[in-house]
Design a protein around this ligand. Sequence first.
Ligand code: GLN
Length: 487
Amino acid sequence: MADLHLQSLTDLANGLNAGDFSAVELADILLGRIEASGETLNAFITVTAEQARSAAKAADAARAAGSAGPLCGLPIVHKDIFCTRDVLTTCGSRMLENFVSPYDATVVDRLNAAGAVVLGKTNMDEFAMGSSNETSYFGDVKNPWNLECTPGGSSGGSAAAVAARLAPAATGTDTGGSIRQPASLTGTVGLKPTYGRVSRYGMIAFASSLDQAGVITRTAADAALLLGAMAGFDERDSTCIDHPVPDYTASLDQSLKGLRVGIVRQHFDEGLDEGTGKQVREALAVLEAQGAILTEVDLPHIDYSVPTYYVVAPAECSSNLSRFDGVRFGHRVDDAEDLFDLYCRSRGEGFGEEVKRRIMTGTYVLSAGYYDAYYLKAQQVRQLIADDFRKAFADVDVIAGPTAPTPAFKLGDKTDDPITMYLNDIYTIGANLAGLPGISTPCGFVDGLPVGLHLVGPHWGEETILRCAHQYQMQTDWHAACPEDFR
Ligand code: GLN
């Protein structure tokens, strides 16, 4: 039982079913690891040890009674953007420092119903705005591969927890890359589903037309298992689409023979770190050796994806975050002179610098006189980008390339330069603008730090990208590598 923390969800499920260990024993081992690494990694904002033990007990009882759900007794951690009943939900912000949600997000609810055991809530960039977890009010998260480096963001705590074997799986959210980029920087698997595949109900909104819930795991098979439990229509989210949920695990074993893989030239241009590019090219060669057919595809407007995103996302965030006014929600100053003073100072104190920068940009691009020049223009370019992908997917099944331009960078290295920070998502943002599913899977190391292969599919193409990632993992063992101090 010594190495349960190293096992995948799928292996743990088999072990639980075989009676090799109990859900309580498993939860105890992981809670012990979370506690031991608490200060080193800062991956958690809240640890729910007591609730986890009672959920694990209930899972063991359900299994004994023959009524085990598909995830019965399997441990998971949630990004602190998902509302969890009776548990603190901060979204990484001082604004919600004391917020205890009266209800569960649909994602949390469905995973609970399937029998998952929640160990805690993970650290994140404030309101999911960031690429390094450095905008969190609760402090930086450290990368388990090198404690001087960032784990990426905004789902940095989730990625660090999974990489350090504190939990086999975590939820995350991805608005521009926040699941896939931290997965790349920590050597984990990050899946962002099609927009509308998973309910956003109870997931604190950043940019509603881009936000999507997904998972960070160590294998593609585990991501498939979790997606099956999370996905599906929810009448409480008007953007959640009523589309059948397939058995994502069923098609994983199909070979890649004949799979058409598109390569985008711009994704290998200057800006891509040399070592990362080399690892990604080698990964493409592995896919080719398995029978995939590599072809070049053209996304003529993809170079505009980052500037387009940084108009659309701030615009939506300025609207979404207006609810945090110290009256209806959030941090409130206690000595306000009048209502205006209350609003100004509560928001001034409650939000951090990056969030304020986005709110100001967003308010500006939405204001009369600038709306047409910026917001409307950005929406038009977004449509062109989506059309480019649609045309490309007439000829290919998957688009492959690097997930992030570099491996993990040093904490503090990019904090003074927002534009350089924003470029972390240069390869991932396109999928959000077009609503497409994407996955990052580990494909090697550069100077001891992991890098990821990014696979994007057409709408509802989760099965294809999961299968492609799984087949790649059958040929390689990058995803199984564990940082030395966390074995
Ligand atoms: N890094 C991007 C940003 O700062 C994306 C964040 C996300 O996907 N939530 O907005």
